[in-house]
Design a protein around this ligand. Structure first.
Ligand code: NI
Length: 167
């Protein structure tokens, strides 16, 4: 296993739309394991393959307090949504930035597990937020895109400055 480098906003690669995974190979299983390790080390509650510069439809999520409820979704799709809820979100690709985003309150997700078997999950609360946030990454969307243009430009400026100072 290995820790993967996480792309930071405004890296244009974060806007790549990820491709479906046609077959669960050793490479995909290895990527899922490395993504889980990277997410726990960060620490974070979700990570999309897009964020580690692999543009395939794979996300890992663990919103549990004890970090013992890892969920891996391959080719996830939201097939039903209900209600609206506002939560404060952050993102490992946008370090230090937190802001409120409105999303569906309850969702039904369809995906494949790492064993290749399809499953359906009904999610609400933090899990629903996290799954929607991560699927957005696969579609090339970062949560700051829900904020005003002014906020987005401030965030871009702040992160570019951080990146320059880190060099
Ligand atoms: Ni994120």
């Amino acid at each position: 296993m290995a820790l993967l480098k996480i792309l930071h906003y405004p890296d244009p690669k974060l806007h790549t739309v990820a491709s479906p995974i046609p077959e669960i190979t050793d490479d995909i299983r290895g990527l899922a394991a490395d993504m889980a390790e990277t997410m726990y080390a960060a620490p974070g509650i979700g990570l999309a393959a897009t964020q580690v510069d692999r543009h395939v439809r794979l996300i890992v999520v663990d919103v549990s307090e004890d970090k013992n409820a890892l969920r891996t979704f391959i080719n996830p799709r939201i097939i039903a949504r209900e209600g609206e809820a506002v939560h404060e979100e952050g993102c490992l690709s946008v370090p230090g930035i937190y802001d409120k985003v409105t999303r569906s309150e309850r969702i039904r997700v369809e995906a494949l597990g790492l064993d290749g078997k399809p499953f359906t999950l009904d999610a609400d609360g933090l899990l629903a937020v996290c799954v929607q946030h991560e699927i957005d990454h696969l579609d090339g969307k970062v949560f700051v895109e829900y904020l005003s243009r002014l906020k987005q430009s401030r965030i871009r400026g702040k992160l570019l400055k951080q990146a320059r100072e880190a060099m």
